[in-house]
Write a new protein. Structure first.
Length: 264
């Protein structure tokens, strides 16, 4: 059933995913913490002001970067995502897949990011090669993906993921696609054990849960502002570590900054 649904998606992401997420992103401790870490990474690694957010969904990350003074253009294949991003106040949006967009903008982007996007791509190496073609010489990229295959669960399947990563795997893949990693870290360190207990352990006993909107809201603490604030405070040290370009040794997500070293 999941494979049948995936065949009908424009990309390997649920076609109603943007609508579901839009309702809770602003209240989610996860999105807010990730955005804070990304903005710190941009500042610490000297990203230029002009930046592409590839597969940027509803614009929750583009908004954080725009508010931090960056000229962000959101590139998103789903019309719903683009519409929601405009509602949020994203000034520059383009509805397109990367494959289509790179034919129009080859070699023009000084910097790009793709945040929890690449795990939805079957051929991730080809995806990175297209990113390479999109960039100017010495262009910079930043990306996040889910970490550690040991955390794989039915949740990944239902979200349209193909895999989870380690920093080592990403570094090798990026080198093959013409990039050099300049900073790499895990983050969401305090979430690792709760995620394993809530998602992986039940499946070892044959218990699988549908990734319903209610389940997603509960995991993101949307609607529980006091708990969300507490989790963000507990994770606040990670933003400081990223600001100082310190590597966090484990977590449920990977964050990588890299620079283009050769054209393809």
């Amino acid at each position: 059933m999941i494979e049948e649904k995936r065949e009908k998606w424009l990309v390997s992401y649920p076609d109603d995913g943007n609508s579901v997420c839009f309702e809770m992103e602003d209240m989610s401790f996860w999105y807010q913490h990730r955005n804070g870490c990304l903005v710190e990474a941009m500042k610490a690694n000297g990203f230029p002001k002009d930046f592409l957010d590839i597969g940027g969904g509803n614009g929750i990350t583009a908004l954080a970067m725009q508010n931090a003074g960056y000229n962000v253009t959101l590139v998103e294949p789903y019309a719903t995502g683009v519409e929601n991003a405009r509602k949020r106040g994203i000034r520059s949006t383009i509805q397109n897949t990367l494959e289509e967009y790179v034919t129009k903008a080859n070699g023009t982007a000084p910097a790009a990011g793709f945040f929890d996007v690449m795990e939805h791509i079957s051929d991730d190496k080809s995806f990175l090669e297209n990113i390479n073609r999109l960039l100017t010489p010495d262009g910079q990229i930043m990306l996040t993906v889910p970490a550690f295959q040991s955390l794989w669960s039915e949740n990944d399947v239902q979200l349209g993921h193909f895999r989870r990563y380690t920093l080592g795997q990403l570094s090798t893949l990026l080198a093959e696609a013409g990039f050099k990693v300049t900073y790499a870290t895990y983050f969401f360190s305090l979430v690792w054990a709760p995620m394993w207990l809530a998602r992986v352990l039940p499946e070892k006993f044959g218990i699988k849960k549908d990734n319903t909107p209610e389940k997603k809201r509960n995991e993101h603490m949307a609607g529980r502002p006091a708990t969300a604030r507490l989790l963000r405070r507990l994770l606040g040290w990670e933003a400081n570590a990223i600001r100082s370009k310190t590597r966090i040794p484990f977590g449920t997500s990977c964050l990588i900054v890299a620079q283009k070293t050769r054209s393809l």
